[in-house]
Design a protein around this ligand. Structure first.
Ligand code: NDP
Length: 447
């Protein structure tokens, strides 16, 4: 396989899907050597079968807003690969959602889920519906209309969705409620459910906490203590807020957060009270991050329209908002101020140019598919609890999450350590994730 030829062919066949091509390119260039060491992979054309999703559902979602107007959105589910377990991956509701973005996310999810060591294939879904500014009833009607179309394609052993951008506990609850009505069964078809109806303890915290555990593993390889380190975070949603909480518990200073309108900067680090306010602002009041600076003007400043990377003084960056939110200039700005580690909470937040900068500078750089895998790992634990009809304590789930993140880190070290001892976590994560899926696909024949 010549990675460049496969990528050119995909670019020709899917010319309007830049995010999908970007994700494929990153993986193929780093697994090329390993792939070519196994001629049997090429005989089975494994690479094309791994890059192109098993199937894609796309559908119209019609719903009625509070003023009685009939609205339409697009809905999608990409079932990418189920060689090692049922399709598994979140649902994203955001105005930017399109097939390219969901295909990139489903592709990434396949490798990420493989890395967790749990039995989960890769999928992703979503809609260009934005919950922002919608009433609870509008969100509920939309979720019901979305599931009215999708429910036949998902199930506890078929395809298990979860949350992502714009889909939190509220949306999962509404979707699961309608799924349950249509399917007439109470099973673990969604993860990230409420605790009263099968949700796992620690699932809301899992992606952010898991990213911090991964970061601790990386810092340990260079004997660096997290205490007192200044960390710039982007985003202020599920992943960003729980990353901030764990970092502060570990004694680090969280100096920034953001949303799509701008960033806040707290040069001395957020206090517990300030972070608590942000939790309520985002989850209860559903407000904007700007309001945190308005509430605490003495300690927090607001930068409209800016991302944290160019101005927040920090030792570590944890981008936790969305794809391609940190570009080459941002990477150079971070490196110029001596950043030692970047650990990605979001999926593909760094552009290819930024990734190159981080790798060339030989800092600790963890791609999202390794660092943010804690979310789906605890989703896998939620599936296990649901199928046994029991629930584990928070301590037990947290312990399992720590173990899984350590194992993912070890896999990255095993497959990504270069001749001079530098750990290329991008290569490590891609090769480790790929090999398991590849072996399973080989064993199952051409299907
Ligand atoms: P949320 O919807 O809870 O939060 C998203 C945050 O990112 C918000 O602050 C949002 O701001 C901001 N944001 C979204 N889109 C953009 C944009 N185009 N430009 C700037 N800011 C933006 O989502 P999550 O926290 O769940 O997800 C964040 C990232 O983490 C995503 O990349 C997701 O795929 C990834 N992830 C999530 C997992 C999970 O368990 N939830 C698991 C693994 C990865 P605003 O409110 O203005 O839109």
């Amino acid at each position: 396989m010549k990675a460049i030829e496969v990528i050119d062919d995909l670019r020709r066949r899917f010319p309007n899907e830049p995010e999908y091509i970007q994700a494929v390119e990153e993986v193929l260039t780093s697994i090329e050597e390993t792939y070519n060491a196994h001629p049997e992979f090429e005989r089975y054309n494994l690479i094309e079968r791994l890059c192109i999703p098993d199937r894609i559902f796309s559908f119209r979602v019609s719903w009625v807003d509070d003023s009685g107007r009939v609205r339409t959105n697009m809905g999608y589910r990409i079932q990418h690969n189920n060689a090692i377990g049922p399709y598994k991956g979140g649902i994203r509701f955001h105005s930017s959602v399109n097939q390219s973005i969901l295909k990139f996310l489903a592709f990434e999810q396949t490798f990420k889920n493989s890395l967790t060591t749990l039995a989960m294939g890769g999928a992703k879904g979503g809609s260009d519906f934005s919950p922002r500014g919608k009433s609870d009833m509008e969100v509920m009607r939309f979720c019901q209309a979305f599931i009215a179309e999708l429910w036949r394609q998902i199930g506890p052993d078929t395809d298990v969705p979860a949350g992502d951008i714009g889909v939190g506990g509220r949306e999962v609850g509404y979707m699961y409620g309608y799924y349950k009505k249509m399917a007439r069964e109470f099973t673990g078809t969604f993860t990230g459910k409420g605790r009263e109806f099968g949700g796992s303890l620690i699932r809301p915290e899992a992606t952010g906490f898991g990213n911090c555990y991964f970061l601790l593993n990386m810092l340990a390889t260079r004997n660096i203590d997290i205490k007192g380190k200044r960390v710039a975070i982007s985003g202020s949603g599920n992943v960003a807020t729980y990353t901030a909480l764990k970092l502060m518990q570990l004694g680090a200073k969280v100096v920034s957060m953001s949303d799509s309108d701008g960033s806040i900067y707290a040069p001395e680090g957020l206090s517990d009270t300030e972070l608590q306010f942000i939790f309520e602002l985002k989850n209860v009041m559903r407000g904007r991050i700007r309001e945190a600076a308005e509430e605490f003007p003495a300690t927090i400043e607001y930068r409209a329209g800016e991302r944290p990377w160019q101005f927040a003084k920090c030792d570590i960056a944890m981008p936790s908002a969305t794809q391609n939110e940190l570009d080459g200039d941002d990477a150079r700005a971070l490196l110029a101020q001596g950043v030692i580690a970047v650990s990605e909470g979001a999926n593909m937040p760094s552009t290819p140019e930024a990734v190159k900068e981080f790798l060339n500078a030989r800092i600790l750089y963890a791609p999202g598919k390794a660092a943010n895998a804690g979310g789906v790992a605890v989703s896998g634990l939620e599936m296990a609890q649901n199928s046994q009809k029991l629930s584990w304590s928070a301590e037990e789930v947290d312990r399992k999450l720590r173990d899984i993140m350590s194992r993912i880190h070890s896999s990255c070290v095993e497959f990504g350590t270069e001749a001079d001892g530098f750990v290329n976590y991008v290569k490590g994560a891609n090769v480790a994730g790929f090999m398991k899926v590849a072996r399973a696909m080989m064993a199952q024949g051409v299907v």
